[in-house]
Design a protein around this ligand. Sequence first.
Ligand SMILES: Cc1cc2nc3c(=O)[nH]c(=O)nc-3n(C[C@H](O)[C@H](O)[C@H](O)COP(=O)(O)OP(=O)(O)OC[C@H]3O[C@@H](n4cnc5c(N)ncnc54)[C@H](O)[C@@H]3O)c2cc1C
Length: 415
Amino acid sequence: MHIAGNTRLLTPQQRELIDLAATLGRERFAPRAARHDREASFPFENYADLRAAGLLAICVPRSHGGLGADFTTYVMVAAELGRHCGATALSFNMHVSSCLWSGAIADALEMTPAQRADHAHNRALHYANIVERGQVYSQPFSEGGAAAAGKAPFATLARPATVGGVGGYLVSGQKIFASLAGAADVYGVLCTLDRPGATQRDSLYLAVPARAEGVQVVGDWDPLGMRGTVSRTLLLHEVFVPHAARLMPEGLYWQAAARFPHMFATLSPTYMGIAQAAYDFTVAYLRAEVPGTPPVLRRQYPTKQIAVAEMRIKLEQTRALFLQNARDATLDPDNDTCMRLLAAHYTVMENANDIARLAIRTCGGQAMLKSLPLERLYRDSRCGSLMLPWTAELCLDRLGRECLYEAGERDEAIE
Ligand SMILES: Cc1cc2nc3c(=O)[nH]c(=O)nc-3n(C[C@H](O)[C@H](O)[C@H](O)COP(=O)(O)OP(=O)(O)OC[C@H]3O[C@@H](n4cnc5c(N)ncnc54)[C@H](O)[C@@H]3O)c2cc1C
């Protein structure tokens, strides 16, 4: 079954890149997934494969030596990767996001000619790191406060400074759940420009080299799921980066986040892939086609057939919204598009876990042994709806409010 449903709607590039992800995922990532899950270790070999296949540069523009994939293409490829190793797909999203923010999204934003020229210079350095040096980026923005939910400025601060005659920033702060901690070459840190009265509009997106002085990875990593993301804590103490480290000009991240909200849904393709994997496993298991399990057919029981039908319906509902969302992505979406986006994101995150739950109930005890992938899919799928800025709860909050209130509308006080 193809992750993108009807393949006739795919462009030649989409077809080719999804096939590439399927081959890598099936042949390389899936066989390694159990070990990285058991060890909570980072899948460096998978990144070597992504690098060799050119996929690290999937969203680097062709003019800079990348594959030039757009948002829609990328999320379909990401879902296919998630089908084979959720942790790899999720951390890969942090890397690719650095290219999407600074690429097509930045191109569509309003900038002064000086900002545009400066950005063109800076992102060329960033793309060369990826294309020529095979470097991996991450995207630590969570801090444990209200900033990752978009409700307050980032507490991590970038203070303008000149060091050794070079202008730039001294960055200090702490990032929690920093996927790829200790594995990325560059941390794409979201922080606040340190100036009096700074607000969220002063958010700054800086490329901090992992080996820069003052960067430290600390803490344990022994979570329920997504263990191969190695999302440990990142400490930044007076880390100097030059102006060229700006992945977007000062003040532009806020504009980008407000005008291209679909970027926050790039966490969900991974979970679309996990939902598909839980379904794939169930069908293979009931058909007695899973290697290492007893060769006993279980598909003849009507209850199994009904359960699989229920899973397939939920899977197709999830895929339909996922694809609609992938193709809807645009700058300045109207309110209805934003509501569809939140509904799609919520659906993917919640349904992935529900499909994994049904898979375990349907396949039964032997199928949830650690020697098989199903229990990992179940644990990994649980993590999706916890991820900020759009946890399941926050999607419900915002949907409920915005479905009932027009912009600026208030209730009269009830006596
Ligand atoms: C596997 C994994 C990988 C991750 N990787 C990254 C990464 O690479 N980079 C990164 O930046 N983050 C990453 N995260 C972090 C993630 O996005 C969240 O920031 C993190 O899970 C928040 O945990 P918390 O307990 O601190 O949430 P809290 O902020 O304590 O929130 C707990 C819950 O309260 C609710 N809540 C929070 N704020 C509000 C509000 N203002 N109004 C109403 N309800 C609210 C939400 O529903 C939320 O689920 C990762 C998380 C996981 C699980």
